[in-house]
Ligand binder design. Structure first.
Ligand code: NDP
Length: 232
């Protein structure tokens, strides 16, 4: 049975990814800052022995180390790592952007992804053809950016895209495919109610694309709705 890790798994896209991976017969390690989550408890009951809920704050090296140590107690390999945890600080305006929001955004969106992937590398190498999916956004596309919108989010996701390229280069020789995805504009706390894409649809599209990844896809930045490459 393949094993996945999903970060930011307590709500939004991450929670839906956990549910759908379980329904597709995966064993899932749901990594979240808050582990007492009713829907995760229900899913654990519905899929006995297949869901492990573990604490993880991706901004803390200590938490990452403890998390990977705990994961290694329940599995000897990871087939899929979804770096989904993310933060968008809204309401930023030019002239009022703070160091704090920039630092927090980088810590979660970029640094956290690189450090968690690095810490999981050994478990990923033990799987045949493991995949790492970095949940990025079209707002992190430098080429597509022409307004001063959500700078902390946009800059940190651009850094995540660079982390994707670096990790792809490093891990491809070990048979691990690393990619960045734009999941679409999704109805979650972050995406808001006006988003056109329901969270269940976004999750199933992302899983389908992730499972179809081949070694040649390493280092790509892909729109999960239509599979096209997004300009960096
Ligand atoms: P939500 O805001 O609904 O959920 C974000 C998740 O990330 C929560 O589970 C949150 O946990 C977790 N998280 C935040 N900080 C940390 C941390 N330090 N350690 C561990 N987990 C953390 O967002 P979405 O579900 O919409 O977004 C999921 C991903 O998709 C993000 O990376 C986002 O950037 C990306 N994305 C979303 C889009 C959308 O339209 N929704 C569009 C493009 C990309 P907690 O509850 O503890 O805060």
């Amino acid at each position: 049975m393949p094993v996945a890790i999903v970060s930011g798994a307590n709500r939004g896209l991450g929670l839906e990814l956990v549910q759908q991976l379980l329904e597709r017969g995966w064993r899932v390690i749901a990594a979240c800052r808050k582990t007492q989550v009713r829907r995760l408890t229900e899913l654990a009951g519905a899929h006995p022995g297949h869901l492990h809920v573990m604490p993880l704050d991706v901004t803390s090296e200590r938490s990452i180390a403890a998390f990977v140590g705990e994961a290694a107690l329940v599995t000897d390999r990871i087939d899929l790592l979804v770096n989904n945890a993310g933060v968008l600080i809204s309401g930023e305006r030019f002239g009022e952007v703070s160091a704090k929001s920039l630092q927090e955004s980088f810590a979660v969106n970029a640094t956290g992804t690189l450090l968690l992937t690095q810490a999981c590398a050994e478990l990923l190498q033990r799987a045949a053809g493991a995949r790492v999916v970095n949940v990025s956004t079209v707002m992190g596309s430098i080429a597509g950016s022409d307004t001063f919108r959500t700078p902390s989010y946009a800059m940190s996701k651009a850094a995540l895209n660079m982390a994707t390229r670096l990790l792809a280069a490093e891990l491809s020789p070990h048979g691990i495919v690393v990619t960045a995805f734009h999941p679409g504009w999704v109805q979650t706390d972050m995406g808001g109610a006006n988003a056109p894409l329901a969270v269940d649809k976004a999750a199933s599209l992302l899983i389908d694309r992730a499972l179809a990844l081949r070694p040649a896809d390493a280092g790509r930045f892909i729109a999960s709705e239509d599979g096209r490459d997004i300009p960096w």
